[in-house]
Design a protein around this ligand. Structure first.
Ligand SMILES: *Cc1c(COP(=O)(O)O)cnc(C)c1O
Length: 379
């Protein structure tokens, strides 16, 4: 999308605005499939649950990773027009419920769909047995998240040394461990995390098979890094490593799936905001915009992400601060942004803001989340 098109959309729809380009969604999905042809792609809905995004990925052939009943129903709505039999056969193919800890009400609500759900400890397994006995289970392993932007390994995954015991325990309860899963941490630019995790999963799978519990599914999780800057090595390099390890470590008939979130949506969205105030503090220009870290820029807080702001206006740039619209001191987008001299009513934009951004926007301070506009949607 050109800067002229962005400005036109901002004039038409007003700010704050988030523009989602479905051509980029389709391109990202195609890139994922092209480089990992043996891997079924389950889009992680929590990265951006906008139903229009889900429809575009569904049309492209995606499956989905969900982590709440609400997300499950969003995806279930996409497949509800299929015949009942196909819906049932289809469900593992289209949805994995990948939140390892589930309240009993969630399990009760999901059981009728015979879902595929993850777990990482014995108490969860017993809960699944009691409240969702028709579920298939996938064991989440704890793996290294070294260097990832968001680390998950202190909260999720069983110790690999306990994994086989859990597989056997499931068998005793009459549940079958259908698969193993892991997550190397979000925005994982350290590709060795994937190599190590695949080796751990292969060892667990081998021992389980030897002890009479063959495992059919390998879920390599999310973490695939979005190209936020030139330091992120290309996806095809990571894919080459993953493909080589998969070929080396696993039997050919294993079913492999992945749960990319960020990689598929981050680059598809651009936010446009308006300067609503300016000041000079300690000699530094300060701008206030009509969005905030409680809204589209929530990823600054929750996702440890930065989104460089750009001006449409040309001119010599200066180091400045950019603040959000709310009356909270935490609401700082940046203390050192490089922007030209801007006036009130000028527009600024931030690219690559499709993942963990407006998905976690709030209504804090009475300001509604930004309007979302979709472009290049195929009907
Ligand atoms: C959040 C999450 C994902 C998506 O992670 P990305 O880093 O955005 O690819 C995948 N799987 C699980 C279980 C998650 O919690």
């Amino acid at each position: 999308m050109t800067t002229r098109e962005l400005q036109a959309l901002a004039r038409q729809h007003d700010t704050p605005l988030v523009v989602i380009d479905h051509e980029i969604l389709r391109r990202n999905f195609a890139e994922f499939r092209r480089h990992l042809p043996k891997v079924q792609c389950y889009y992680a809905v929590k990265a951006n649950p906008d139903p229009a995004i889900l429809r575009t990925f569904y049309a492209a052939g995606a499956s989905f990773d969900v982590a709440s009943v609400a997300e499950f129903m969003l995806v279930h709505d996409l497949i509800k027009d299929l015949p009942a039999k196909a819906q049932q056969d289809y469900i593992w193919d289209k949805i994995i419920y990948a939140n390892p800890t589930k309240p009993k009400e969630t399990l009760q609500a999901l059981d009728q769909y015979k879902p595929l759900v993850t777990f990482d400890n014995l108490a969860e397994l017993q809960k699944i047995k009691r409240f969702a006995p028709h579920a298939g289970v996938v064991l989440r392993l704890r793996v290294a998240n070294t260097g990832s932007q968001c680390e998950l390994s202190s909260k999720f995954g069983c110790d690999p040394g306990e994994a086989v015991e859990l597989v056997l325990a499931a068998g005793k309860l009459g549940l079958v461990v259908e698969g193993l899963s892991f997550h190397v941490g979000s925005q994982c630019t350290n590709f060795e995390n994937y190599v190590q995790a695949l080796n751990i999963a292969a060892a667990v799978m081998k021992e389980s098979r030897e002890r009479g519990h063959p495992i059919k599914i390998l879920d390599i999780g999310g973490g695939f890094p979005a190209p936020y800057n030139k330091h992120v090595r290309p996806f095809r390099e990571l894919a080459r490593k993953i493909n080589a390890e998969i070929d080396r470590l696993f039997p050919a008939d294993i079913q492999i799936l992945a749960e990319p979130g960020r990689f598929l949506v981050a680059t598809a969205a651009t936010s446009v905001a308006r300067i609503i105030g300016k000041a000079v503090r300690d000699g530094k220009p300060c701008y206030y915009i009509d969005d905030s870290v409680y809204h589209t820029f929530s990823g600054i807080i929750f996702d440890h992400c930065q989104y460089p702001l750009k001006a449409f206006k040309k001119g010599k740039t200066e180091i400045c601060a950019v603040f959000g619209q709310t009356c909270d001191g935490l609401d700082v987008l940046s203390q050192s942004e490089e922007l030209p001299d801007l006036e009130i009513e000028d527009l600024v934009y931030a690219e690559n803001i499709g993942a963990y951004s407006n998905a976690s926007a709030t209504w804090f301070n009475g300001f509604p989340p930004a309007k979302v506009v979709h472009v290049n949607v195929k009907e």
